[in-house]
Design a protein around this ligand. Structure first.
Ligand SMILES: N[C@@H](CCC(=O)N[C@@H](CS)C(=O)NCC(=O)O)C(=O)O
Length: 206
């Protein structure tokens, strides 16, 4: 049995929704990432997601997604060695290594400098870059999913990034082409169940 350590609405929601989508049995534990016990016993990095597995704890969204999908015939990711897998991982990696870090500038600007003026600049530039990126995605999104015609793991990740983007002006999840995608995703029983269990909503501030 797996146990997912999560924080509501954080990047762990990507893993949470994929666990539901793949119908994998798991327990859910709200993480106290600041607690010494969490660092000692679950994730020394003090972050979510962390997935307890029969083999040990696995961290990092990308690694967890790959592991879970591989346990289920490569569903949502494509089979190892295929072009489909490579392209899906390309999208997942872009979100994990490019877009999530931009959100860090937006949400946690004080991590980048102790100087208030520098923090303001970090946040402003992060905001600009995020808006430019979401506008590009919005202009390119013509298919039912961000990834194309068929749902894959990157769509769950993009959905969570678009939800975080609700704090931008204009909100990313309300951009004309992203909104129908986002509504399609948050209407999936897997996503509805994950959001309900985390006590969060698709739109609004909670
Ligand atoms: N590279 C990590 C990033 C994990 C991460 O930044 N998690 C955030 C939430 S999105 C976190 O746990 N922050 C500390 C906290 O919530 O206390 C991954 O992709 O899994």
């Amino acid at each position: 049995m797996y146990t997912l350590h999560f924080s509501p609405g954080s990047c762990s929601l990507v893993v949470h929704a994929v666990l539901e989508e793949l119908n994998i049995p798991f327990e859910l534990k709200k993480a106290d990432t600041k607690a010494p016990g969490y660092r000692a016993k679950v994730n020394a990095k003090g972050k979510v997601p962390a997935l307890e597995t029969p083999k040990g704890v696995l961290t990092e969204c990308v690694a967890i997604l790959e592991h879970l999908c591989d346990q289920h015939e490569g569903r949502l990711l494509g089979k190892p060695g295929t072009w489909e897998r490579a392209r899906t991982l390309e999208r997942v990696a872009t979100l994990a290594t490019e877009i999530h870090p931009l959100f860090n500038r937006f949400f946690h600007e004080d991590d980048f400098s102790p100087v208030k003026e520098v923090q303001a600049g970090v946040k402003a530039r992060g905001t600009e870059k995020l808006l430019a990126w979401f506008r590009e995605q919005d202009a390119a999104l013509r298919k039912p999913y961000w990834s194309g015609d068929t749902l894959d793991a990157s769509d769950f990740y993009f959905m969570v990034m678009a939800r975080w983007g609700r704090w931008l002006t204009p909100p990313a999840n309300e951009m004309p082409n992203i909104r129908p995608f986002y509504e399609r995703m948050v209407s999936r029983p897997s996503v509805m169940k994950a959001m309900q269990r985390e006590g969060i909503r698709p739109f609004g501030t909670v």
